[in-house]
Design a protein. Sequence first.
Lengths: 195, 195
Amino acid sequence: MTDQMKNNTTQVDTNDLTVNGVNMEILQETVHAIEQDPDLGQCKFRARNTWQGGTQNRSTISGFYAARQEIAHKQQFELHADEPPILAGHDEGANPVEHLLNALAACVTTSMVAHAAVQGIRIEELESELEGDLDLNGFLGLSTDVPKGFSNIRIKFRVKADADQMETLKQLTAYSPVLNTITQGANVDVQVAAK
Amino acid sequence: MTDQMKNNTTQVDTNDLTVNGVNMEILQETVHAIEQDPDLGQCKFRARNTWQGGTQNRSTISGFYAARQEIAHKQQFELHADEPPILAGHDEGANPVEHLLNALAACVTTSMVAHAAVQGIRIEELESELEGDLDLNGFLGLSTDVPKGFSNIRIKFRVKADADQMETLKQLTAYSPVLNTITQGANVDVQVAAK
């Protein structure tokens, strides 16, 4: 991919540093810096969450670690979760598995757009619909045979771009970190301490 | 778990139908209905996403399928994603992997609180900190040996509850659908069509 990135960036007009709304100068600087010093690619992303009672809780996201430094977001982000009434909540926020679908949609979209920009593929419009299958028999502990998480998730993208590029754009989705976390799995270490 | 649920609910004062802020009547009705008719547990959760240009996109979440019917949320939820400047964005929203950490925090919290309620464990306060390790060498395609998603995620809960219950509360986190989707993996089918 590195050589491909280098070759394809020659397709981008050097007078136009933005492709698909992505600043190619920043992106290329990041790529080149990490090529020279792979350890610069190590990031730590973070969230804090506070339970609000019942099925409601709130996350705050304020900073992360990247390029060997702690970096503050320009603003703190707050995200609310709840459950709908049928799942014993008050519908004050998307529920956790809907938040997961949002994370997946956002990540696959950004991954496709950024890698397309590097390859000189211009995208005019991009939208997606996601649907995931979840069987509550798993979560409720009514069956040990049923997965507790999503079994299948479907993403349908509709893209306004050169029609010949659809297969390439589909392949680029494979770079998405959230997609890979879901399909390849990640280790999750849980600690619970008394307050 | 079913028998355990039935036994433990006897610990809950029948005059107080809310435990940990969770309406036990609704929760128990759901459990009993799905026990009688397991197919009622099949759910489909959904999100729509629209690219806003560059690293920005927006999801809308408006309804889902559960208990053999389409159900509209009381309100439509909008979630924004962006990247920080160092990742070629404008910091107008949490980034996709931060949204994933929020989904995980929200789900493990709700799962712990609801299952604790069923077991008669009262929780007064609950908060968590999450951190996930991501190596950009994977996403950027600079190394095929590096995972493109999170390799490790750590969740540290601090709980105000009976100190003897910490190990039980930790075990209850294993019911979380988002945790299971991440640790056990899910199939993700991606389609890309011209618009």
